[in-house]
Structures are given as C-alpha cells and as structure tokens.
Design a protein around this ligand. Sequence first.
Ligand SMILES: [Ca+2]
Ligand SMILES: [Ca+2]
Ligand SMILES: [Ca+2]
Length: 298
Amino acid sequence: MFKRFVFVVFVLVGLAGLANADTRFHWTFDGTEGQEFISDTDIVSGYVAAKFYDATYGENEAQDINYAETNPWYNAAGTSLEYFNDPGDNDPGVGVRVEDPGVNSPLDLSDVTACTIEAFVYPGALRQAVIVRKYIDGYYYIDTRGTGNFAVRLAGGGEDLGDGGGICNDLTYEADNWYHVALVWDGTEIRFYVNGQQSQDFGPDSGSSIPYTGGIDDSARALGIGCIIRDNDDPPSSSGQFFFGKIDEVRISDAALPVSSFLLYSKSGSASRPSPKNGQTNVCDGISLCWTAGADAA
Ligand SMILES: [Ca+2]
Ligand SMILES: [Ca+2]
Ligand SMILES: [Ca+2]
C-alpha cells in the first residue's frame, strides 16, 4: 500500500515537469492590481517585456497600462495588463515591447518546427489591434479585427499566410469578454482555438486547419504585445494597432500543445468558470449548466 502511494506521486510530478519543458517564453503580467505596469520578465528565458509610449503620443495625453483583474481561468491570485488606449482610435497609444536580440534569436522562433502561441484577452472594443506580433521578414502574430474576428499569420521558408489568410470566421469575439486564444502549428498545419474550441471555419478554405510547412523566418523588429512595432528602437519610432482592454499570460511554446496542455486547463485539474456562477441566485428554470473542464475532467 505504501509503495503504491509513492508511485502515484512520482507520476504526477513527472507529468508536471513534461508540461513545462516545451515553454520558451511566458509573461505572466502578475503585479499589484491598480498599480502602473513598467515591465515583466518572462519566467522561462528571462526576456523583458517593457511598456513604451508611441512616438507621436504627447506626454500630457499619454494614457497608461496598469495591472488589473486576472483572467477567469488561470491563476486567480495574479493580475492581467489593462491597456488604457483610446477605444475609438488604435494609434497612437501605449504598448509593450520585447527587444529582438539579433539574427535567429530564440524570440524569432526561426529554429522551431512546431509552436503554440497563446494568451488570455479581454478586448474592450471591436477593432484592428495586436495581441502578440513579430514580423519582417518572418511573421508570427495573433490579432483582432474590427469585424469581431481573430486572425493569425505565419511567414517563413517562402510561405506566408498574409494578413487575410489566417482569419477565424466562426469563433468570433465581442467587446468586454475574456477569451483564451491559441495558435497551434504542428509543422504541417496551423489550427486556431478560442476557449479550447477548435475553429472549423479557419483560413481561405474555411476548414479546421490551414496547411503550412514554411517555418518562421528571422525578423529584426521587436515583439509587440498589444501593439505592432515596426523597428527595434527603444522606444520604437514607429508603432500602432494598439490594444484597448486586457491581456494576460502570453505564452510561447516550441511544440504543438494538445488542448489539455493550454493554460486554460493547466493550473488545476478541476473544472472552472461555471455558468451560472457558483452560488448565483435567481437562475431561471430550464437554464443549461456549462463550465470549462479541467485537465482531468471531461
Ligand atoms: Ca497574470
Ligand atoms: Ca531577429
Ligand atoms: Ca504610431
């Protein structure tokens, strides 16, 4: 009996270790709610994501980025970033930048043969804005469009989805809601997930995946989180497509993660975010119960 107990504990620890091995960058954006955000160091590789103001944003009109409420699924004790940009105009604004360290650096993802890019987002408006983006000449990004669609792009090895080639048509977003988004590339196909659900109307062929073998080429520009950055200057001399709302837990893995390993599920094995909410009163007859399943629960 005692031996069996020890064995079970060992297996659980082993699985947790495997789940983390694929992570290349993970910015948690955990701080003190309500305080001003300055920078965040990713917990795996030590890359610093730092706030900057658009070059054309006047000092006196500059809004800011603060630590805000955490997302509903992952690390209830943490915080997200809230971007106080103009809801009616996505440029100029305030954004977050990770410097490009050089040619074919780990941040370029030019060495990967598969990857997963994920984040929690709370768009405050329907508009063109970046969630995470790095580009020229290689591309990887997830962004939001004014039509309520999420979109992705990869470019490298002579292949390029283009700005119009990676649109998710079926799993759309509305303002003032939290979403988990994930781009998964397994070396031959790209898939896109919203809240763990795989898009079935994705890309120009309206399928469940987009064929893609190209890889991701080196790019010389900084990575933008909540913005597009068109150089590697500090602060950038050209930036735009600023996000309005909240972004949390940006994680890049150098493997095609199964859905069960998304941050949406990995914090605990139990279910989360039930609807109606736990303890909610005045629930109508006939309402259906739904929840986000944990990694160990269907
Ligand atoms: Ca967080
Ligand atoms: Ca580079
Ligand atoms: Ca600008």
